[in-house]
Design a binder for this molecule. Structure first.
Ligand SMILES: NC(=O)c1ccc[n+]([C@@H]2O[C@H](COP(=O)([O-])OP(=O)(O)OC[C@H]3O[C@@H](n4cnc5c(N)ncnc54)[C@H](OP(=O)(O)O)[C@@H]3O)[C@@H](O)[C@H]2O)c1
Length: 291
């Protein structure tokens, strides 16, 4: 799976499986990235907001793998909704990563986190941030540009009023929680969808039905969860700092039957994401579904 890639709208190839690094501290992520590259990962997902770009950059430098063979994604802070700040933030990410270019930079969220999914879409602010990304792309600082947590209406704003179409939409998607409408809309537009938190931040691991189905394929619940999002034609970004988990998470070349995909898709939304339930990306799920 680690060698499989998909072409973005501009022809740049992105590996289908990436390593998430949210909540891995800057000092620790250096070794995590080195381990992942040794295991064979070639796609690392970080963000300015994770405060670990410096460590990710160091891990890549200290590895035996050429920079050009690694796909690095970072994210423009969701709170930045004006052109000048966005221009500055792009350069700061390049500086922290200590790289001449970033493979993919995406707007982290259509709303600042404190206002996540509060009904305001910050259309003008997102267009300003997008213009900064477009210019950095044209200047060769970014090989691809995209967005995260964007709903259809947010994507339409950029598609109708921007110069370049977003190439990626990174969204929360996992067994029990598949936002089919935005996935289908993005894919119809040629926008590659990345599934973040594919293991539901760890909360799916003890799900009885997931465990039962995983057993029938002789795989772990984590492997079933990763394979599930890949079969939705979305990229998978599992996070782990454990080398054994890195290996098994990439060992997902089995096929989930159509019947089992349907069963997994119709499971009710998990009840909680654990201690990190308070995070806007998770708590909003329950608000949106009226739970
Ligand atoms: N764009 C956004 O707004 C956004 C939001 C959230 C996440 N993300 C991205 O998506 C990535 C993944 O999401 P996530 O961190 O929420 O969660 P996740 O990948 O769904 O789950 C991570 C949890 O699963 C455990 N795990 C991983 N592999 C395992 C295995 N084989 N067996 C048992 N446990 C396993 C990890 O623990 P161990 O370390 O012990 O393996 C960790 O506790 C993030 O790191 C980030 O890059 C993006």
């Amino acid at each position: 799976m680690l060698n499989e890639t998909v072409a973005l709208l501009n022809g740049v190839h992105i590996p289908k499986l990436g390593l998430g690094t949210w909540m891995i501290k800057d000092e620790k992520v250096v070794q995590v990235v080195k381990d992942a590259l040794k295991v064979g990962y070639r796609h690392i997902d970080t963000a300015a907001a994770y405060r670990n770009e410096r460590g990710v950059g160091r891990g890549i430098k200290e590895s035996d793998v050429d920079r050009k063979d690694i796909f690095v994604t970072t994210k423009l802070e969701g709170d930045i909704k004006n052109y000048e700040e966005a221009v500055k933030a792009i350069d700061e990410s390049l500086e922290r990563l200590d790289m001449k270019y970033i493979d993919l930079m995406i707007i982290h969220s259509p709303q600042p986190w404190a206002n996540f999914r509060d009904g305001n879409h910050y259309f003008e602010g997102n267009l300003e941030a997008w213009r900064a990304l477009e210019e950095a792309y044209e200047a060769g600082k970014l090989r691809a540009i995209g967005v995260s947590n964007f709903e259809q209406i947010d994507l339409e704003n950029l598609i109708n009023n921007g110069k370049i179409k977003p190439m990626v939409n990174q969204i929360l998607a996992h067994i029990t929680n598949v936002p089919t409408d935005v996935i289908e809309y993005s894919q119809r537009q040629g926008i590659v969808v990345e599934a973040y938190s594919p293991i539901a931040h760890g909360a799916i691991l003890d799900h009885p039905v997931v465990k039962e189905i995983a057993e029938t394929y002789a795989v772990s619940p984590a492997q079933l969860s990763i394979r599930y999002v890949l079969q939705l034609d979305t990229m998978a970004l599992p996070k782990t700092s454990n080398k054994e988990h890195m290996k098994s998470n990439a060992d997902v070349d089995f096929v989930i039957s159509e019947e089992d995909m349907a069963v997994l898709t119709h499971l009710p939304l998990i009840e909680t994401y654990g201690d990190d339930q308070v995070m806007p990306v998770f708590s909003s799920q329950y608000k949106e579904k009226g739970q």
